[in-house]
Write a new protein. Sequence first.
Length: 482
Amino acid sequence: MRLYGEKLKEIRVKTGISVKYILTQLNISRMTYWNWEKGVATPSEKRIKELAKVLNVSVSIISDLTGKQFSDKSLDRVLENISAKHNKTDYDVNTFTSIQDSLNMLQKKHIYNSAIIEILLNSINSMFYVKNLDLSYILANDLFIKSITASTKTQYIKKTDKDFFPLAEASENTLEDNNVLITGKPVINREGYIPGTRKKKIGLISKFPIMDENSKIMGVVATIVDITERKNSENRRMILEKIVHKIDEAIWFWEFNSTNRDNFFINAAVEKITGIKAEEFYKDPYVPLKYCHPDFKNDLKDFYNKKERPAQIEYKLIRPTDKAEAWIRQVSYQEENLKYGIAYDITEDKKNEHIKDLLKLYVELAKPGILIIDIDTGNPIYINNSRSVIYGRSIEEMMNGGYIFWLNHCVYGKDKEFYEQFKSVDSFFSFSLSDRTGKYKIIRPDGQVRSILCEASFVNYKGKQCALFVEHDITEENLCKN
């Protein structure tokens, strides 16, 4: 029986295991160990096996004994499980494949040991650990060692979860590992808190039973991928989506060179404004062309084909939900391969524009006098030129004089009663539309008496609730009748 002293020293140095740790584990003196390493003395078979266990290597690596630690086939199977069962989107399968190829090469050269395996496993961009049947750590890569705040290998070997994690986290992780040992069923890509982070980090956790060549379970291997940043981004996106869905304007985003419809987003207002179901937009982002009014279809096509951004268009849509016509103003932007935009329902604005155009034409043709009064103050805020002509007074004079001025100086005789009824806000709102139409006479500064037909109504002028008086000079009409 022979102990390879030089190999013993080589493994101790490479793994970072201190002599003091070995002395403590084997309960031997420093002189005894140095004699083993220098080849002066040979320990018993029992001691060699204990020494191999401390170093986490096969006895065949440090002596001429044949060991029954983790076999090459067992470790091959571990890596095969990892490579085959991990989600390819979250793990670098090519890395595992290259590790497996390296292990096969090492196996052929008979230099297949735990120290080299550790080096290979440190190339994996995820946390990795192995536990034996008593659920104590026997192997881990640097990422995991760092996560448990251990600086050297000696600080985690033969220790358990309770030595590193808060009690609740330790119990949870140990229970799951033990379940894998008992049932042989793997855990694949479970999303959960990373042990030892006090629920501050989230990972994708996978665990597999380690089998020997006889398919007997001899330990558990686990990998953990830190997805904390990804989850935080997803949570921020969810919050942002909730906010965007509450906005009244239609908003959409589209990564237009992607065939993946997951890269297309619209908020709830799109369906509300256009009457087009969200499902139709996800199938075809250009679906408004299907419901566009024929008079605007070519314009909308040109808008979609435009390369210059930002761009804007107003078009009429036939809403599929109620068949009503809706006016849409759409603005589109582009940043590299991302298109995004905002759409507004301007139907009411278009109606108001039409009414304004008719009113403007009416004023120009009929030449009525227009007076707008702020109901809260009773002061005039607009008088047109036609009213100045009818009353024979300047606009400035009538604006400065206010309501009392023309009540006392302009309205003739008992006809003042028509204006008197509108002196307060409450009384103005209490009259019906028919009550807001009346006839009265005014007297001009030159002594002329003119007959006036007045129509009163409510308007919203510059954000204020106002009274609108439209006055028609009907003096000539009365003369003709007489």
